[in-house]
Design a protein around this ligand. Structure first.
Ligand code: 6PG
Length: 464
């Protein structure tokens, strides 16, 4: 085989995401070799990709069609399938070859695999890919983590297929070492859960609290999408609400009220608990899905429905804006904490910038977040950024009024209430942790610190 007959990159796994990324790579003129084990998926991909790519008959054949240092993009279901494909591929790879895992892989798995492969000199890049099917086809946001030289091997091909912002920058970056790319993608998804949840709460309040008809709600979302809350999720909220069932009426009214989840929101919440980072809006969004999933319990327990509310649409807008910003601040805080622990070298402005186009979280807010974190000293809370504080000063009164109206009428708004609880906690000088310490020391002699003396103290808390 001459050098010119080698492909530049191999793609393993041609399900929806893999097939669309392969099409995107082919469109960019990247010579690629592909392999899919599943016959049906392979046939489906063959009808799209045809002879624009080289078809390998297995991992060994795919590896043989790549010149060292080889680059292989794995687009297989996260979990055991990744280990299994890596096991098959490894005998045909050598030192300096690069494997890119483009699945929604848990960062701990990526770190483990990086260590394991490193023993053979094979480098693994954990690549967060966001944007769904459409993004994969036309330009996803790509969040990479791993060694610099490994990234340099695949950066040209991946940058070519990534989404671009209006200023022309590619949303494709090595964010840091190790599993940082997959961790950032996990947190991206956690924030995605939170933003979807607050939009769902706003929809519920408009539909069932304010009694607005579906076209009016779609107009509200479309209107919000013109201003500071513009973003992909707000945009598609308008479309989803407006979609009609072919049999008549809003399609949403025919959808079973039980939401699925594949685990990334849960991982983000678990990481927040592990690192002790307050990210309640992300966690509440996961718990909300758990409540929604308990459909038969809800039916058995159904009490009287919430009553009408008089929240203004403007206050609801403030509530959505404040909650969305707070969910981002929580997620970015979580990334900072994980980065401090792992030493990946992730910069938060880079994270905000890579989310500006292509991904599910793309929104006008990202430019402002990037600029705000650029101006902050490392490790400072996003809440200390003047621009973001101004934003919250404008929107928090609406959030407070929206929550008051919701809870009085009997609507559960966990994203909104957790966001406000986070803000009020984070900005309070003295909190009742003194009381918690008193109780802990009373029942368990756990000790407490005093603000007027050094050291750990213990007291007789018998009330005398
Ligand atoms: C993206 C999405 C994508 C997906 C997840 C979350 O960034 O393109 O986050 O990764 O939608 O699978 O889905 P669940 O809601 O099913 O957990």
């Amino acid at each position: 085989m001459t050098t010119s007959t080698f492909s530049q990159i191999g793609v393993i796994g041609l399900g929806t995401m893999g097939r669309n990324l392969a099409l995107n790579l082919a469109d960019q003129g990247v010579p690629l070799v592909v392999w899919e084990r599943d016959r049906e998926l392979a046939e489906r991909a063959r009808s799209d990709l045809g002879d624009r790519v080289t078809w390998a008959s297995g991992p060994w054949d795919l590896a043989a069609r790549l010149a060292p240092p080889r680059a292989v993009l794995l687009m297989v279901t996260a979990g055991a399938a990744v280990d299994s494909v890596l096991g098959e591929l490894k005998p045909f790879l050598g030192a300096r070859d690069v494997v890119v895992d483009g699945g929604n892989t848990e960062a701990g798995d990526t770190a483990r695999r990086q260590q394991e492969l490193e023993k053979s000199g094979i480098r693994l890049i954990g690549l967060g890919v966001s944007g769904g099917e459409e993004g994969a086809r036309n330009g996803p946001a790509l969040m990479a983590g791993g060694a610099v030289d490994a990234w340099e091997r695949v950066a040209p091909q991946l940058t070519a297929i990534a989404a671009r912002t209006t200023d022309g920058s590619a949303c494709c970056q090595r964010l840091g070492a190790g599993a940082s790319g997959h961790f950032v993608k996990t947190v991206h998804n956690g924030i995605e859960y939170a933003v979807m949840q607050v939009l769902a709460e706003a929809y519920d309040l408009m539909r069932n609290g304010l009694g607005l008809e579906v076209p009016a709600i779609a107009d509200v979302f479309r209107n919000w999408n013109q201003g500071p809350s513009a973003g992909y999720l707000v945009e598609i909220a308008g479309d989803v609400v407006a979609t009609q069932d072919p049999a008549g009426g809003p399609l949403l009214d025919r959808v079973v009220d039980r939401a699925g989840q594949k685990g990334t929101g849960r991982w983000a919440s678990l990481a927040a608990l592990d690192f002790g980072v307050p990210a309640p809006t992300i966690a509440e969004a996961v718990f909300a899905r758990a409540v929604y999933a308990r459909r038969s319990d809800r039916h058995a327990l159904a009490a009287s429905p919430p009553t009408a509310t008089t929240i203004s649409v403007d206050d609801l807008h403030g509530a959505v804006r404040a909650t969305t910003l707070i969910a981002f601040l929580q997620g970015l805080d979580l990334i900072a904490a994980a980065d401090r622990s792992a030493g990946w070298g992730v910069r938060l402005p880079d994270v905000a910038r890579v989310w500006r186009a292509g991904c599910i979280l793309r929104a006008a807010l990202l430019d402002r977040l990037a600029a705000a974190y650029d101006a902050l000293p490392p490790d400072a809370s996003g809440l200390s950024a003047p621009d973001l504080r101004d934003d919250l000063a404008q929107t928090l009164p609406g959030l407070r009024r929206a929550i008051a109206g919701s809870v009085t009428a009997g609507f559960a708004v966990p994203a909104m209430t957790s966001a406000l609880g986070w803000y009020d906690g984070m900005t309070r000088h003295r909190v009742p942790a003194d009381f918690l310490q008193g109780l802990r020391d009373r029942f368990g002699a756990h000790g407490f610190e005093r603000d007027d003396q050094p050291g750990t103290h213990h007291a007789d808390w018998s009330g005398r």
